[in-house]
Design a binder for this molecule. Structure first.
Ligand code: PRX
Length: 570
């Protein structure tokens, strides 16, 4: 096959020989990078912050380079270590103990990071929520996790349905509220707290993080991660992010999503590297400005953002000096070969696609700096990971055959359970393989190629949306009788959300009504879950057992053959 490949440049990458490392590698080899390997005392917050803060050569190094409109701050490792100690003391005062769930619902800010690590230092489990969530999304997550404490802001508190959250004992507000007496005031509490704290030592298998994510059925599920994940965060930080002491690293993902914690917080800080933190939504010029101003060297972003830069044109980029940049990665959705080609021209750099999931906790299949890139391919499994393509029974398929992308079970960052849903965890495995639900194939040389989802999960601009959640919200609207929701292919966003609805009696189709329904989802659930298209039908196809046949809706939408419809309701 005539295929364009992009050779690796002859640079001094951390991972020199992929094959040799793969052959000899054991995960235990990574343990020597952690203090617990000698002391037996475990806490990811210690490894990411305090260890550096106790090191005279490192303590004054900048850990976070924060900027937002109207606010710029630098926090050293010592600063962040102390600030998180203070917050841990605040939490102890409010009776937070190991294993309790403490949620964060706020934008990225220095306070967020102090609170996040403060939570981990108490041995509690942190639950970061994306700031764009509306009431329903917040309620579902806080109820399911039985969160005891929430840290949020005056602007977001109105989306927290406190009456429906009996387990939520304490709310800490960051910022002026005018109703401070009802809530705990973050800054006042911090001012009164000691910056020394006896960190709670935990076990590697103790919980540290809950990330809610969507499947094709049911409410979002709480993916439970443990401290042991640090082993893989560290290893991939070395091999894939290629982090070195003097790097300035920027991960654009929000910590409400797993990329924003595993690679926006843990991997770089475990390596003691300086992080650029930039909140909010940006224009292409904001992206370039952030790269230039901070002299970013390593950049981890998403196809949606890169596609936006492509359509903005190379001229815009040429106004900036981006010569510091040496390594770019992407995650979350398929990285178009055209974007990789554009990156070569525009940045004179390769863009490295990486594949993984909330459930997997860390990168698994990647384009390593050391290996050639085949544009459109997700790359190869990292050392320590065996990946394959399997059929329904978990049998491995030969090269070039499409099937379910699967990973041999047992890697450090893998989720350990689905919160509040014992038994669910096992359903991810067949025949010793963790089955991803992504359809893919592997070529003769071991490169993996993503093809799509095997279930109904929607990926819109890199954000994972469950159709059930959107359907449930839609039918709460008085006009909507039934709803079926699908992902519809879209050149820039990957997919957009399209809803098919039937109307209750007494409602007439109108543009105003459709817009009202769209807004209803947007303000009730979240902006990224709101359908961009809504189509009214007399009825929504269901199976005889009452399941919405999304596959049929999709076939209709795309003009494809409808396949087996024998289970369709009369
Ligand atoms: O379908 C795959 C897609 O995103 C899903 C995981 O989404 P989430 O749990 O939100 O995690 C995203 C970031 C870790 C996968 O099942 N996906 C992720 N990376 C890629 C991808 N699809 C294609 N190419 C990728 N590199």
């Amino acid at each position: 096959m005539d295929m364009q490949v992009i050779p690796a440049r002859s640079e001094d990458y951390n991972l020199k020989d992929y094959q040799k490392t793969r052959e000899n590698f054991k995960w235990d080899d990574v343990n020597k990078h952690f203090t617990w390997n000698e002391t037996g005392k475990v806490n990811i917050a210690y490894e990411a912050l305090d260890r550096h803060a106790e090191n005279p050569a490192k303590k004054d190094k900048v850990a976070l380079l924060y900027s937002a409109p109207g606010r710029e701050e630098r926090l050293t490792f010592a600063d962040l270590s102390k600030q998180s100690n203070r917050f841990a003391n605040v939490l102890k005062k409010h009776d937070v103990n190991k294993g309790d769930r403490v949620f964060l619902f706020m934008p990225r800010s220095p306070e967020f990071y102090a609170a996040f690590f403060g939570i981990l230092k108490t041995g509690a489990i942190a639950g970061p929520l994306f700031e764009a969530f509306m009431e329903q999304a917040v309620r579902d997550r806080l109820q399911d996790s039985e969160a005891k404490v929430l840290i949020t802001t005056p602007a977001l508190i109105e989306r927290v349905p406190q009456d429906e959250l009996p387990k939520l004992e304490t709310i800490i507000l960051v910022g002026e509220s005018g109703v401070a007496h009802t809530y705990i005031d973050y800054h006042r509490e911090m001012a009164g707290a000691s910056d020394e704290f006896d960190i709670e030592w935990v076990n590697l298998e103790d919980g540290m993080l809950l990330h809610y994510t969507s499947g094709s059925t049911g409410k979002p599920k709480g993916v439970y991660h443990v401290h042991n994940a640090m082993i893989q965060h560290y290893a991939t930080g070395e091999w894939v992010l290629d982090l070195k002491e003097d790097d300035v690293y920027w991960c654009t993902a929000d910590p409400g999503w797993v990329t924003g914690t595993s690679y926006g917080i843990f991997a770089p800080l475990l390596h003691g590297v300086t992080n650029v933190i930039r909140g909010g939504r940006f224009t292409p010029d904001d992206w370039y400005e952030t790269l230039e101003k901070n002299e970013v060297t390593v950049w981890y972003t998403a196809p949606t953002a890169l596609r936006m830069l492509v359509s903005h044109g190379e001229g815009a980029l040429r106004k900036y000096n981006l010569t510091s940049l040496r390594h770019i990665m992407s995650v979350g959705e398929p990285l178009n070969p055209e974007v990789v080609t554009w990156g070569l021209k525009a940045f004179n750099l390769r863009i490295h696609d990486t594949w993984w999931m909330t459930e997997t906790g860390a990168q698994l299949i990647v384009n390593l700096p050391t290996l050639e890139i085949r544009p459109g391919s997700m790359g190869k499994p990292i050392p320590g990971i065996e990946a394959s393509i399997v059929d329904h029974e978990g049998n491995e398929l030969p090269p070039n055959q499409m099937g379910n992308l699967a990973i041999k079970e047992g890697w450090p960052a893998m989720m350990r359970q689905i919160w509040n849903n014992p038994g669910k965890y096992e359903s991810y495995f067949i025949n010793g393989w963790y089955v991803s639900g992504d359809s893919a194939y592997r070529d003769e040389d071991g490169y993996f190629w993503f093809q799509g989802r095997l279930d109904d999960v929607i990926n819109t601009s890199g954000e994972r949306v469950g159709p059930f959640e959107v359907e449930s919200k839609l039918i709460e609207h008085p006009a909507v009788a039934e709803a079926g929701v699908i992902g519809k292919p879209h050149p820039e966003r990957g997919e957009i959300i399209k809803a098919f609805i039937s109307l209750n009696e007494g409602y007439e189709k109108s543009d105003e009504l459709l817009e009202e329904i769209r807004q209803f989802v947007k303000t009730g659930l979240s902006a990224h879950a709101a359908p961009r298209e809504i189509e009214i039908r007399d009825s929504i196809p269901k199976t005889r057992s009452g399941k919405i046949m999304r596959r049929l809706l999709k076939s209709w939408e795309l003009g494809l053959p409808t396949g087996d419809t024998s289970t369709l309701e009369e």
